[in-house]
Design a protein around this ligand. Structure first.
Ligand code: T4K
Length: 368
């Protein structure tokens, strides 16, 4: 076993000396949070980089998700995917909304658009899909369903920073999208997140909601929360924007390396990148099936024994967790593809500065 663990990911950071002038400015101004100058600059720069009309920064992606649901006044039932990080469904729970799970597609691991209509009831108010691993959902079809039934669409785009399909940002779709800038994401501000929306009124409401509902010093217009991003996060974000394209390009090289090395390996399938998609390479999921000499969990253990910290995102399914499994939609028979993928999936380490020897060890662990 090698002494140094190989982590699933390592956060990409700019050179520390480049960040020191930003810190100096924060120290000098003593404006630490509440929409200070870095917050304003980062919000604007980010909207430009992502090519979106309105963006509101948040302390993290989960608060963005919780606030997004409040922003659109979502109630009742929301159709969502069981194949995601727990925050997706927890955000519904924190809003007193009943999650209704529908199955996923095997090719993208995203909510299967053809399973949505059957899950709609008179209580349904919205659809909450996830662009899982940055692969875009079938957004046009989902919008048609939403329009037919008068539903809102909220995209959990936590994995989809900068992702485009046929040149169009995935953030263009739905009523709004949320992003995560957590340390483990392609673009990070230690912790952080955002809501992207398409009209100024909604942005205004979201900005009130993330600041306790304050419209001015004495006016509280809604029961808001504290979701604000602080100046440290915003300054780092501003600097990180200068490095994001090269970080994505380096991730792409790792992705390519894996695909070449694993091509034709019986029992191992790399999830395809759909045609026309500009990915951000945030994850490298593989599916391990019965043709491979080890079970998925056997392979997981082999990696662990070599101190390679692969992860089984997303296993277990959210619908199998104790707090959700008694929901009628959580029954495994309702979610056969999600069950199948969750039993086969494993995410391999991927990050811009991954060591060449580590990469070779990971590949060797799979092929030998
Ligand atoms: N929606 C979706 C679809 C999401 O995937 C997420 C978050 C959210 C919503 C919510 O967004 P946030 O509220 O988080 O902004 C991680 C992350 O904590 C979480 O952000 C992420 N999804 C989820 C998929 O993964 P863990 O508990 O599995 O991470 P952890 O601490 O085990 O770290 C994974 C690897 O990263 C390890 O190998 C070590 C390495 N690492 C981690 C951290 C935190 C570092 O090298 N440095 C670090 O600072 O949840």
């Amino acid at each position: 076993m090698s002494e140094k663990p190989v982590y699933l990911t390592r956060p990409h950071l700019p050179p520390l000396e480049d960040f020191l002038p930003y810190l100096q400015e924060i120290w000098d101004s003593r404006q630490l949070t509440n929409g200070g100058p870095f917050h304003q600059k980062f919000e604007q720069a980010l909207a430009e980089y992502l090519g979106v009309p309105y963006i509101s920064l948040f302390a993290n992606g989960t608060l963005a998700l919780i606030t997004a649901l409040q922003g659109l006044r979502i109630t009742g039932e929301v159709i969502t995917t069981p194949y995601s990080f727990v925050a997706t469904t927890h955000a519904l729970h924190w809003n007193g909304i009943k999650p209704v799970f529908a199955d996923i597609r095997g090719d993208t691991c995203n909510l299967d658009e053809e399973k949505i209509e059957a899950a709609i009831t008179p209580q349904t108010t919205a659809i909450l899909p996830v662009h899982c691993y940055g692969n875009p959902c079938a957004a046009e079809r989902i919008q048609k369903i939403a329009d037919t039934y008068g539903l809102k669409v909220i995209y959990d785009a936590a994995h989809a920073f900068g992702v485009t399909e046929n040149g169009r940002s995935v953030l263009d779709y739905g009523d709004l999208s949320i992003l995560s800038f957590h340390a483990t994401k392609t673009f990070n501000t230690f912790e952080g997140g955002a809501i992207v929306c398409h009209d100024s009124k909604l942005k205004q409401r979201i900005d009130y909601l993330k600041n306790f509902g304050f419209a001015d010093e004495t006016t509280v217009v809604a029961p808001g929360i504290n979701g604000k991003m602080n100046e440290f996060q915003a300054a780092l974000g501003l600097l990180q924007l200068q490095h994001i394209d090269s970080a994505i390009a380096k991730r792409q090289q790792v992705d390519q390396r894996y695909r070449e090395a694993l091509q034709g390996l019986p029992g191992i399938t790399c999830l395809p990148i759909p045609a026309g998609v500009r990915q951000n390479y945030s994850y490298f999921p593989i599916l391990v099936d019965g043709r491979y000499p080890l079970s998925r969990d056997g392979l997981y253990q082999k990696f662990r024994d070599r101190n390679i910290l692969v992860r089984r995102y997303f296993y277990p399914l959210i619908s199998d967790l104790t707090m959700y499994r008694s929901l009628p939609s959580a029954t495994p028979a309702n979610l056969p593809t999600a069950q199948d993928i969750a039993a086969k999936v494993m995410c391999l380490p991927i990050y811009p500065d991954i060591d060449e020897a580590d990469l070779q060890n990971i590949i060797d662990c799979l092929v030998r």
